[in-house]
Ligand binder design. Structure first.
Ligand code: SAM
Length: 340
């Protein structure tokens, strides 16, 4: 696609918009206006913000169409009420906090990451630990990460339930389940299936609480584990899913993960991985191509792959009947079996 000057300028200045929105969330502007229309003076007084600076933000949010202005009073537009007020079930503030705490600082070193061919965690945070060790050191950051990923995962879960038949299996394990919404949705639909979750120890408490407060507390087991170290239940689950996790790791680590999952399956079992792959001609899609840069700056060698690369990695790990299942929604399902 050819691109014009206006488009280039909009991309270059895009961070103005991003920071206006995430800053307004941090300052509680949308929550303040959820109480009712208010003048700039009233909003700023509520948050102890100087009016001369706070008003600039209110004007920008109005120009973005998030706020509406009646005389001197600002009020929330429909999208702001739905997605930017913290009491809304569709609140996107989790993502904004994750961006401000992790992604924005890391992306400011993108050129260095590309030049050096490595993540920028040490340069930006002065911390040489792994991505998930840094991300999960503060429980509030675990919540932000898992909650916004849960929002991203919703259309994928609707799609996989439409297109994949879980009834062919007896026991289902979701590794790296995050917020646990896939196992919960599968439990609703398939009352006979035994279900387990295996999560990193630092994230297992969060998902355990989600399961405990659901109506499937007695049915879904939450285990701590580490698929890279091979610390996952063996020969117990005949269907294993791993969602949006292969791309968090370097290809050689992915090979290790695939090998451990292959070993953990009983003969006749199946493995499915949901990912958002690059097209085989490596021309996009745009979101995945940018996500691959995000993986570079933040993770331990994570990188997006093409359909063909994922299928080849499955075969190299020993899986048979390897195939790609086009499911409705944003993700592609890669499927492999362990010969009976
Ligand atoms: C990007 S999130 C994806 C969450 C969810 N599965 C989805 O599809 O939206 C990756 C998840 O994998 C988990 N994870 C990362 N490394 C892992 C490991 N070595 N063993 C088990 N889980 C891991 C993380 O804690 C996180 O919940």
């Amino acid at each position: 696609m050819e691109t014009g000057k206006e488009q280039i300028l909009d991309w270059m200045m895009g961070f103005f918009k991003a920071k206006a929105v995430t800053s307004a969330l941090e300052l509680g502007v949308f929550d303040a206006l959820a109480e009712g229309p208010a003048t700039a003076r009233q909003v700023c007084a509520r948050h102890d913000i100087p009016e001369h600076s706070g008003k600039r933000l209110l004007i920008a949010l109005t120009a973005l169409g998030l706020l509406l202005k009646d005389g001197e009073h600002y009020r929330l537009g429909e999208a702001a009420s739905r997605y930017l007020v913290s009491s809304s079930p569709e609140w996107l503030g989790w993502l904004a906090r994750h961006i401000d705490t992790f992604l924005y600082p890391l992306w400011s070193n993108t050129a260095a990451a590309i030049r050096e061919g490595k993540d920028q965690r040490l340069a930006v945070f002065g911390d040489a630990r792994s991505w998930f060790d840094i991300l999960y050191q503060n429980p509030n950051d675990v919540v932000d990460f898992q909650e916004f990923l849960g929002i991203f995962a919703k259309p994928f879960i609707d799609g996989i339930l439409q297109a994949f038949d879980f009834s062919r299996y007896r026991r289902f394990l979701d590794i790296g389940s995050g917020i646990g919404t896939l196992p919960l949705a599968v439990a609703d639909r398939y009352p006979e299936l035994k279900i387990g979750i295996c999560e990193l120890p630092q994230a297992a408490g969060f998902v355990r609480e989600k399961i405990m407060s659901s109506n499937h507390a007695a049915r879904i087991r939450v285990l701590e584990g580490d698929v890279i170290g091979g610390d996952i239940p063996g020969q117990e689950y005949d269907l294993i899913h791993l969602g949006w996790t292969l791309h968090d790791y370097a290809p050689r680590t992915q090979a290790k993960i695939l090998g451990h999952i292959y070993d953990a399956l009983p003969p006749g079992g199946a493995f499915i991985a949901s990912e958002t792959p690059l097209s085989d001609d490596e021309s996009g899609p745009l979101f995945t191509s940018l996500l691959s840069i995000n993986m570079l700056v933040s993770t331990d060698g994570g990188v997006e792959a093409t359909n063909r690369q994922y299928l080849d990695r499955f075969r190299a790990a020993g899986f048979t009947n390897v195939q790609l299942l086009d499911i409705p929604g944003p993700r592609t399902l890669f499927c492999g079996e362990k010969a009976a």
